[in-house]
Design a protein around this ligand. Structure first.
Ligand code: ZN
Ligand code: ZN
Ligand code: FE
Length: 775
């Protein structure tokens, strides 16, 4: 790619075009400095396709220039291609110049993601002698806001929300000096000319204070809830060590049990609250600064109900100067809850007026600023599983960095699923997975969805000619796709889950897929979700699945796990239950009348669609153990069960290696291999009757599932001679299950592959739809 042709060398001049993330990341100053250092002359300009360089001078220096272009480039730059052509020796170039940006009809350049404050900026922020001392909007070409402040390309100040701030003389000098760290840093600002903070009471009244940060820190220490305008939206902040403050936040936000993420000052503080491995430390301090799910330490001084009854806690480090200053303020609590500034199931707030209106009943104070957020982006969430960082939610820091596709794929818009929705645009072999949109169920989230599609299409200047969507006819994303009146391909949910992994890892051949998931539409009238597929990019066949269980009340069962527990018992005991069988204690709290109705529904098979869902099986077992009869958030019952199992697992062991008392039964039926959960249910009931401790039952269930699935995989390899296994679906976020499966399959000489930069949950589905639909 980087080889200079002989002809070009002879010419003593080269025309070089570079594509990728090369705007707004200090690429032009880097090229400028490189040209100067090598004594070369010419020019560089941004255009819609990236940057265009004309360079001339001695042949040896040109050689050195082209080879260092890729190897020495700035940390945030991402080069996807470089083309080098012989250039004309005009004789005019005496120096090296940076020319104004050109506009382009069909830009192929990429917008950088938002980047956490760099060490240089942090140094200035905390240096009393610096003109940016304590200035909360300090940034440079290596850090700061990008995607959240831009509305079109090229990435130049007039195309960002910084257009309303005029650079002062000092900032302007930096901006125009190619040797300065802030050369063409579009959000460049200082206390003289840039955005400012303001401090408001809950009714929006501006309150005079000499130091907004200190006022916020004091309010937080007093137990107040503060709405803080951030990079991609608002956070609601509270003292994470105060049970009272956390409780108030939960009550006001109507978020009973769902885990809350926290922000702490630095890595040292993180390790005082949680166990942090080397990989987790790298992830916490990466340029993206995601929320990292870490195992809590027992002796932590944090409020007890941050992540009630589950193992991991989400922690992130400060990623904007506002966060750094706040957590460095002597009055500020050591750990802050920093949860999305929204009402349950609504998108995160971005505008000041909007936040004052919508968060008025939650926040006691507002820490606002006057730099507009042009697109919403939540915090990303990642977890290290089987030794690799894996995104559970892909948003800030990762959007809109594309995933390069090696296989030919048409330009397409894929609309995603319903829960944890994201969409995906493929343009020129690059897959732009949108930021996390969230549950696509209400009108607010649907507006956010359509706005984000419009915004990304505008930023990419992309007009897709075809679409892909889920097969579920009632998803808002499916309806949106149908309304756009373009050629549309429906992609089966779990095939799309596999497709996402194929696209990310460039898997081309036929693969075995183990997709353990919540709900996925199929055309045979049952609900899929515990699937063993044989698939490539074009098609799939269902080789096996978890045994079907009736789902009393359909979708209602997903939020009321006790219904699944009753379904499991009913399947096991038949109609004689519950007259002759003592109800497990946890189910005795269910109202008799409700129970009766569900039993009648099961007896008559009315409104009880059959499901092979792995999530629903987890729900049923979780409820039988009394962990969760009604769930407060998606995946809660399964997370509680995972945590119980982890309590029984000795350090350094895998789930399938312990407590292997439940038989891994696989039935050979005409429609494939069925993992029979009936015998397992019987064992669970026996164990409950024998008062086996619940953590051990939970571990036995995990072990059973891992061994059963491996058994199916081994049978399928025998028959189809395929060794490559894809692990996908929401249940693969379960550490015990994922690591146990991964280990056991590898032990049996399978090659396993799963999501890393792309979530294995429904947040990654749109990439799979696009990859399959664009084939
Ligand atoms: Zn910086
Ligand atoms: Zn200034
Ligand atoms: Fe799914």
């Amino acid at each position: 790619m980087l080889e200079t042709t002989a002809a070009a060398k002879d010419a003593g001049a080269l025309d070089i075009s570079v594509q990728g993330i090369v705007q707004g990341v200090g690429f032009r100053p880097f090229v400028y400095r490189l040209a100067h250092a090598l004594g070369l002359s010419g020019s560089i300009a941004n255009n819609g396709d990236g940057v265009q360089i004309h360079i001339s001078g001695p042949l040896k220096a040109l050689d050195s220039f082209t080879s260092r272009l890729a190897t020495d480039c700035p940390p945030v730059a991402r080069i996807t291609s470089i083309s080098i052509q012989p250039g004309k020796q005009t004789g005019r170039d005496k120096a090296f110049n940076i020319l104004p940006s050109e506009n382009s009809e069909q830009p192929t350049t990429q917008i950088a993601p938002d980047i956490a404050t760099c060490d240089d900026c942090l140094g200035e922020l905390l240096n009393p002698a610096d003109r940016r001392f304590l200035y909360p909007f300090t940034n440079c070409t290596n850090c700061g806001p990008r995607f959240t402040i831009v509305d079109r390309v090229p990435y130049d100040r007039p195309n960002t929300s910084m257009r309303s701030f005029t650079l002062c003389e000092a900032c302007s000098r930096e901006y125009n000096d190619p040797l300065d760290r802030r050369f063409h840093a579009q959000p460049n600002a200082c206390p003289e000319c840039g955005p400012q903070l303001s401090w408001h009471d809950k009714d929006g009244k501006k309150m005079e204070t000499g130091n907004c940060i200190h006022a916020a820190a004091k309010a937080l220490a007093d137990g107040s809830i503060v709405a803080i305008k951030g990079l991609g939206g608002f956070h609601l902040a509270a003292d994470a060590s105060s049970g009272i403050a956390v409780d108030a936040l939960r009550k006001r936000k109507r978020r009973k049990k769902k885990p809350l993420a926290i922000m702490v000052r630095d890595i040292k503080a993180a390790t005082s609250f949680c166990k942090v491995s080397a990989e987790e430390k790298d992830l916490l301090t990466s340029t993206e600064h995601p929320i990292v799910l870490l195992e809590k330490k027992d002796n932590s001084t944090l409020a007890a109900d941050l992540a009630p009854d589950i193992g991991p806690l989400g922690i992130m480090l400060p990623y904007t100067p506002v966060h750094h200053l706040l957590l460095a303020d002597p009055a500020c609590p050591a750990a802050l809850v920093m949860t999305s500034g929204n009402l349950s199931n609504e998108p995160i707030c971005t505008g000041n007026e909007e936040a004052l209106h919508r968060l008025n009943a939650i926040a006691d104070f507002f820490l606002l600023h006057n730099r507009d957020i042009l697109t919403r982006v939540d915090d990303s969430v990642a977890r290290v599983l089987a030794g690799k960082p894996r995104l559970m939610r892909r948003a800030r820091g990762f959007s809109p960095v594309p995933i390069s596709l090696k296989k030919q794929t048409s330009d397409i818009l894929a609309c995603g699923a319903e829960m944890k929705n994201s969409f995906c645009i493929i343009r020129n072999q690059e897959a732009y997975l949108s930021q996390h949109i969230g549950e696509l169920t209400g009108s607010e989230s649907f507006d956010f969805y359509t706005e984000s599609i419009d915004h990304l299409q505008q930023v990419l200047k992309s007009t897709p000619e075809r679409l892909a969507c889920d097969l579920h006819p009632d998803y808002l994303s499916t309806r949106y796709a149908q309304r756009r009146d373009l050629p549309l391909k429906g992609v089966q949910h779990h095939h799309a889950h596999m497709g996402a992994v194929m696209a990310e890892h460039d898997l081309d051949s036929t693969c075995l897929g183990i997709v353990l998931d919540g709900t996925g539409y199929s055309q045979d009238g049952t609900v899929f979700g515990g699937e063993i597929y044989l698939a490539d990019r074009t098609s799939f066949s269902r080789l096996g699945h978890l045994a079907n269980i009736p789902m009393p009340g359909g979708d209602r069962a997903a939020t009321e796990p006790w219904r699944m527990a009753v379904a499991l018992l009913h399947r096991h005991f038949g109609k004689k239950w519950p007259n002759t069988i003592k109800l497990p204690a946890p189910l005795q709290t269910i109202e008799e009348n409700q129970l009766k109705i569900i039993l009648q529904m099961l007896d008559k098979s009315v409104n009880c669609p059959e499901t092979s869902s792995c999530g629903r099986l987890f729900d049923g077992i979780s409820s039988l153990l009394g962990l969760c009869n009604r769930s407060d958030y998606e995946g809660q019952a399964a997370m509680l069960l995972e945590h119980q199992a982890s309590l029984a697992l000795a350090e350094g062991r895998f789930a399938h290696q312990a407590e292997d008392n439940y038989p891994a039964e696989v039935l050979h039926k005409k429609d494939g291999l069925i993992i029979d959960s009936n015998a397992m249910t019987a064992k669970v009931i026996d164990d409950l009757n024998s008062e086996i401790p619940h953590p051990r039952i939970a571990l036995r269930f995990h072990s059973w599932l891992i061994r059963s699935i491996t058994k199916v995989a081994l049978a399928m390899r025998e028959k189809h001679n395929i060794n490559q296994v894809i692990l996908a679906g929401g249940c693969m976020q379960n550490k015990l299950l994922f690591e146990g499966l991964d280990h056991h399959l590898k032990y049996n000489k399978f090659i396993t592959c799963s999501g890393e930069k792309v979530p294995v949950n429904d947040g990654g589905i749109s990439l799979g739809q696009a990859y399959i639909g664009g084939n």
